[in-house]
Design a protein around this ligand. Structure first.
Ligand code: ZN
Length: 383
């Protein structure tokens, strides 16, 4: 290497300025290992198939010495790994700080509430009733997935629910919900209600409502159902049965998508918009909040799964209570104290894996051939 005359730069320093870390410098040690001070190595989490999910740990933001650049290549096998941090129940620290700032703003107590505040007040009223009364009965926090951001409570008495023979209405609404949700699980949940009087099947999803609209048009006979072969187990079985139902007595029933607030639980959107239907169901049993909501709205218990699901203490689960008028506290208080409401019981479908327990509806349907006719309760009615 030839240096220009008069240059005082030594070869070692020249290497540093060029970012070459292979050469050792008397001033800077070679990059040792990617272990940064203050960050303890975390345990390695095995993934579903034993594959390691790796996340790079960011180096601490410390001022770099002049001439020191972060190496681009880290030797193989020396990555630090840590699991994704769970979001705390109260939200992220940024969200909590924003809430604290908001609280500090003094409000005139006699000021008229904004619609948003009124909604939140109604939601909080119901939450207080549920959490002061029902959570005492349910009392235990149960298994939940990392993606669930809210707490999950279920009744203390465990009851195994055996497969039952279901009405054709109950079957068809379940099968439609399964086939649609399978096409985009991002919708979180799809619920379906059937009305013989209006010859209509109403469909709603928790989220991604425009995706649902794109999947549904026309009548049941025109609904596109994914090939069952690509969906093993329960989903595939429902799709196979739905293919048959498309040519059955409900073939000409119109399919109508019902929209509501983003995130609001699907069954409550339908209950809000449709005055009368014969049965409502989906892939999951209605959660505790939705069960309360439907009872409060006067939906007969025979029109939905009588076994309430778990209680999530999220705003979304209680969103349905936010709109409307009247004393929501009084009506919900009346329902939670009804002795016929088995909120202390935790229903588990027979043979269901524990990881699916809070994801899936209900009783299994028996695998014997279900007759393609209306249930006896409804037989004989015209329309
Ligand atoms: Zn719900």
């Amino acid at each position: 290497m030839s240096l220009l005359p008069g240059s005082a730069v030594s070869e070692g320093e020249n290497d540093m300025a060029g970012g070459n870390f292979n050469g050792r410098s008397p001033r800077m040690p070679a990059f040792p290992t990617p272990t940064w001070p203050g960050i303890a190595p975390r345990p390695v989490l095995p993934g579903a198939a034993g594959v390691l999910q790796q996340r790079l740990v960011s180096p601490p933001a410390a001022p770099l010495r002049p001439g020191y650049t972060v190496p681009l290549a880290i030797p193989r096998g020396t990555l630090q790994m840590r699991p994704a941090l769970p979001v705390p129940a109260g939200g992220t620290t940024i969200q909590m700080a924003a809430r604290a700032r908001k609280k500090k703003v003094k409000r005139d107590p006699l000021r008229i509430l904004t619609p948003r505040e009124r909604r939140q007040q109604r939601i909080n009223t119901v939450r207080e009733i549920i959490e002061s009364y029902l959570v005492k009965q349910m009392s235990h926090l149960v298994y939940k997935k990392a993606i669930h951001r809210s707490k999950l409570f279920a009744g203390v008495k465990r009851r195994i629910v055996h497969p039952v023979r279901m009405s054709s209405e109950r079957l068809v609404v379940r099968h439609i919900a399964t086939a649609l949700l399978a096409q985009d699980p991002g919708m979180t949940e799809v619920q379906t209600a059937i009305s013989h009087k209006s010859r209509t099947i109403y469909i709603a999803s928790n989220s991604k409502q425009s995706v649902l609209e794109g999947l549904v048009a026309g009548d049941l006979s025109g609904l596109s159902v994914p090939a069952p072969s690509g969906h093993p187990g329960r989903e595939g079985r429902h799709m196979t049965k739905l293919q048959r139902e498309k040519a059955g007595p409900y073939a000409s029933y119109k399919l109508v998508v019902i929209k509501g607030r983003e995130g609001q639980h699907a069954e409550t959107k339908i209950v809000d918009a449709v005055a009368a239907f014969d049965y409502i169901g989906g892939t999951r049993r209605p959660c505790l909040a939705c069960t309360l909501y439907m009872l409060q709205k006067g939906v007969a218990p025979s029109k939905f799964n009588p076994h309430p699901g778990a209680y999530w203490n999220s705003n979304q689960a209680l969103l349905s209570f936010g709109s409307g008028s009247g004393d929501v506290g009084a009506s919900v208080s009346g329902i939670v104290r009804r002795p016929d409401m088995p909120f202390d019981t935790h229903y588990v479908s027979e043979g269901l894996a524990s990881s699916k327990m809070y994801d899936y509806d209900t009783n299994s349907e028996t695998e014997e051939e279900a007759p393609l006719r209306r249930s006896s309760r409804l037989r004989g009615r015209k329309g």
